[in-house]
Write a protein of this length. Structure first.
Length: 481
């Protein structure tokens, strides 16, 4: 970054100054206060984190004041005067940041997400999220190691929890609901005291039945070879070096986790016809059983009520299904529900059809693989779709969106095949990496859209992982009501 001395008011890159970038500022500080420049700049960076405007304004003020020695306490006092006192809350930069947040149409979601960041919650940066993008553009947060964090100590003091609380819009519907809840709770306590059962509403879930019997789980050598070939073709527009990231993604060993193909017997069970929606998950949150998703922009948007819920962890998904009187499907149950007993590659058959699933075909490089005739956006969606939007993509048992839309949690921990439910992979207390199935609207490879594909994420905190394109559906034994 090229920096002019105290270049306040000129265009500045969004990233902060490094100490190397600020060398010209150090020159000015040393000229005004010989022997103190390093210490002054260290304390300035303590407050600004290298924010260009804040750093320059503090340094400029220090240079212009002929106050002799500048201690850390003097710098702290200057920060108080320039940025933290009530009299300067309309300081131009602070007002700019505040206006970019409070004047936005999704103000509530912005403040709630920022509150999570401010209180130390883990908020993974989502490049597709309009809320995350707006928070970054406002300058109130930045990305560090893939997570959102507060930009600097000045912003943490000015835009604190009291500021968030003061500016969160009052949700009068929530207030009314809370009052009703208090009354209902009192009545329920009364019923309970009389020995009557407490009843809580549960979401309506459409089920499809999968009969008892064996099916073939996993992939053959021929299918693996074909998947690798498709992956490599998808990488060619990006790079040719097998050691580069796209080359590593096409490593045959990643797909060999689907082998050997083997026969698995399952008792009869039901699986939900659709992925769990935002509206259904909200019922669990209102019942104070489930936590809110870690990302709220789609969850709180009424237009996405019947889209699949995202930003939920494995624990969140298990909690919802148990509350709804069911459970997460095992990896084997998920695959049988998706492919049936005829070894098909996709839920609808063996030939890929871009109009039967919501996958990523929004870029020319990938649409040439997914869409006939290099057609971009063949499936008609840039993000999630209403659940059940692709009836032609139904599985043999009638389950919808088994490929695309959002990845789906299973109950199974990631272990080698053959699938054996007694080897610890179905232990709910196991500390492993649960398997995700089904691909999502962010997945552009025909190879990952196959029903046999097994996804795992490389984080050791997999059960606590949540992301915009990760959701779930539930299952139950057929004997359950």
């Amino acid at each position: 970054m090229r920096v002019r001395l105290f270049d306040i008011g000129h265009g500045i890159a969004l990233r902060g100054f490094s100490r190397a970038d600020a060398a010209v500022l150090l020159t000015g500080l040393e000229a005004a206060h010989p022997g103190e420049g390093e210490a002054i700049l260290d304390r300035v960076f303590h407050w600004t984190g290298g924010h260009p405007y804040l750093t320059q304004k503090l340094c400029k003020t220090v240079v212009e004041r002929e106050d002799g020695h500048w201690s850390d306490a003097d710098i702290d006092g200057l920060v108080e005067t320039l940025f933290l006192s009530e009299e300067v809350r309309n300081e131009s930069n602070l007002k700019f940041v505040q206006d970019r947040v409070l004047a936005h149409a999704q103000r509530s979601a912005l403040l709630k997400t920022y509150r999570r960041v401010l209180t130390g919650k883990e908020v993974r940066d989502d490049g597709q999220s309009p809320v995350h993008s707006q928070l970054k553009l406002s300058g109130i947060v930045e990305v560090e190691n893939g997570h959102l964090c507060t930009r600097n100590a000045i912003y943490r003091r000015v835009f604190d929890l009291a500021w968030v609380k003061e500016n969160l819009p009052t949700n009068w519907r929530l207030v009314a609901t809370s009052l009703v809840s208090v009354v209902v709770t009192a009545l329920l306590v009364g019923f309970f005291a009389l020995g009557r059962p407490i009843w809580m509403p549960r979401p309506r879930i459409a089920w499809v039945s999968v009969p008892a019997g064996a099916f073939w789980m996993g992939s053959t050598d021929v299918e693996i070879d074909a998947a690798v070939a498709v992956c490599i073709r998808g990488c060619e527009p990006k790079c040719f070096d097998p050691s580069a990231i796209c080359g590593r993604q096409c490593d045959r060993r990643l797909y060999e986790a689907e082998q050997p193909q083997h026969e698995v017997y399952l008792d009869a069970y039901d699986i939900s016809k659709h992925e769990v929606t935002n509206a259904q998950y909200r019922q669990c949150v209102r019942a104070t059983v489930c936590r809110e998703p870690s990302g709220l922009e789609y969850y709180e948007d009424p237009g996405y009520a019947d889209h699949p819920v995202g930003y939920v962890t494995w624990h969140d998904a298990r909690t919802f299904c148990e509350w709804a009187g069911s459970r997460l499907p095992s990896e084997a149950e998920w695959e049988k529900a998706a492919r049936g007993i005829d070894k098909r590659i996709y839920p609808w058959g063996n030939q890929f059809d871009c109009q039967r699933a919501n996958l990523d075909d929004k870029e020319d490089d990938y649409s040439r693989l997914i869409s006939p005739g290099n057609r971009v956006d063949c499936d008609g969606y840039s993000g999630t779709a209403l659940v059940g939007s692709f009836p032609a993509g139904a599985s043999p048992y009638g389950a919808l969106d088994m490929t695309g839309n959002v990845w789906e949690w299973t109950s199974s921990q990631y272990k080698s095949y053959p699938y054996d439910p007694s080897d610890g992979r179905e232990d709910p207390q196991a500390k492993g990496r649960p398997v995700l199935r089904g691909s999502s609207y962010w997945v552009y490879g025909l190879e990952d859209g196959r029903v046999a594909f097994r996804e795992r994420r490389s984080t050791t905190t997999m059960v606590s992982f949540s992301y915009t394109d990760v959701g779930f559906r539930c299952a139950r034994s057929s004997s359950e009501p």
